[in-house]
Ligand binder design. Structure first.
Ligand code: ATP
Ligand code: MG
Length: 425
């Protein structure tokens, strides 16, 4: 026998039994983002590698060890996108969407990172994110955070904490960089290889290390707050005042630096304790320097990305109920004549009721077999069309999920019956 082929490690199928939760989550996100005036941007999954090495930063986990990079047939270096922000900026510059204007954009789709697969961490995973361009004031930081808070509320999710920090201006970070290099140099023997290598190139990255052995030394490190410039301090106050007025709780985490180089000023993460080590369900912040860094004119920017698998895991952990996709009706047809009448009846019901979910029996089968399939489909009702029903222009309605009696009514009354009893809401 031929060998079964398995999916690539860390890359998963979303099965039909899981997809209704996914569709519900995606639909909720889409309508929420649209309702705040954000518009969807769809970009290619593959981009020039340089977009990410320049955008995300050479000395980051993503660019150093996580990207799926390969050469195109003409030798160009291409990469599967590991995140969405760089592509949004690339597209924004390319199509002239950013200069001298405000934009609110959202995206969703698969991202690719070669990481060690574990619960909540995959090599192909889905993100939904939004990005804003052209707004330097803290009102947009607050809006972006409020959208996250509203999403958790709409989904019914609890216990997601907002962690907040500011990375200040480039200048403040330059000063802080030196302070950090001095601090970590004095404790070199406690650093791991990655951190030693990054010590002089990108010491802020050490603060973002996932190595628990470094926990103590990171926690005792000086914080950027002490080197913050006045404008950034005011901006941060502006964000906090708005969150306070919205009654959105936050926890100031002075060690939150994020794993990507492009951030400045506001950074935040939405974190839960219910998913083990992979507790960040949403992360983002301000990245005023990226557009220029990628060749555009200076454009303030702010956004976030949500890890959809982690949200799904959290929805499962918190037993969030999602609307059912089960059919209202399963149509049973006994005999060839009834099958031909039935296919016509089914289409006419669909013509009359846009929201009706009707599943027809196919490939015949005994009455008993069809009832079994009706039950398995999850349908609320079986509609039964036998020879006598066809000849008398009737239909038999058998409730499958209640003790109600089975009834036979004339097909003329059927549209009315469906409206009143089946699509009642
Ligand atoms: P982490 O610290 O968990 O590695 P990150 O800082 O690398 O996350 P971002 O690049 O900010 O993550 O991506 C935004 C969100 O995307 C994360 O908060 C997380 O929810 C999700 N995410 C990131 N990497 C993965 C992955 N490999 N598998 C599943 N979800 C992921
Ligand atoms: Mg990561």
């Amino acid at each position: 026998m031929a060998k079964n082929i398995q999916s690539v490690r860390g890359m998963h199928d979303i099965l039909p039994s899981q997809s209704s939760t996914w569709q519900y989550l995606e639909a909720t996100i889409r309508s929420l983002f649209n309702s705040y005036g954000y518009h969807e941007l769809r970009t290619p999954i593959i981009e020039p590698t340089e977009l990410f090495s320049r955008g995300i930063g050479e000395i980051t986990d993503i660019v150093e060890k996580e990207m799926y990079t390969f050469s195109d047939r003409n030798g160009d270096s291409l990469s599967m996108r590991p995140e969405g922000t760089a592509s949004c900026v690339r597209a924004g510059i390319q199509h002239g969407l950013l200069h001298n204007q405000q934009q609110r954009i959202w995206y969703t789709g698969p991202m690719f990172r070669h990481e060690r697969p574990q619960k909540g961490r995959y090599r192909q995973f889905y993100q939904a994110g939004l990005e804003t361009y052209g707004v330097a004031t803290p009102d947009i930081d607050a809006e972006v955070i409020a959208i996250g808070a509203r999403l958790w509320k709409q989904l019914g999710l609890k216990n997601i904490q907002l962690q907040l920090n500011t990375l200040g201006s480039d200048k403040a970070r330059q000063t802080y960089r030196k302070v950090l290099i001095d601090y970590f140099s004095a404790h070199q023997d406690l650093l791991d290889d990655d951190s030693k290598r990054r010590l002089h190139k990108n010491p802020l990255r050490i603060l973002d290390s996932k190595n628990t052995d470094l926990k103590e030394i990171i926690e005792s490190a000086p914080t950027l707050m002490d080197y913050l410039d006045n404008e950034s301090k005011e901006h941060f106050d502006g964000v906090k005042v708005r969150l306070d007025s919205l009654k959105i709780d936050y926890y100031i985490n002075p060690r939150l630096v994020r794993g990507i180089d492009y951030y400045n000023r506001t950074v935040f993460e939405w974190v839960t304790e219910e998913l083990g080590a992979q507790g960040t369900v949403c992360a983002g912040g301000r990245y005023d320097g990226l557009v220029k860094q990628l060749g555009g004119r200076h454009t303030p920017a702010c956004g976030f990305g949500i890890g959809l698998e982690r949200l799904i895991l959290l929805m499962e952990a918190q037993a969030i109920h999602t609307p059912s996709q089960r059919p209202h009706i399963y149509l049973i047809m006994a005999g060839e004549t009834a099958q031909i009448a039935g296919i016509k009846l089914a289409e006419s019901l669909r013509d009359n009721h846009d929201t009706l979910k009707l599943q027809s029996n196919v490939s015949a089968g005994s009455f008993k077999a069809q009832i079994k399939r009706a039950d398995k489909s999850g349908a609320e009702y079986a509609f039964i069309l036998g020879e006598s029903e066809v000849s008398e222009n009737n239909i038999t309605i058998k409730p499958l999920r209640s003790e109600k009696e089975q009834i036979t009514i004339s097909q003329e009354q059927l549209n009315d019956y469906i409206k009143k009893n089946i699509l009642k809401d």
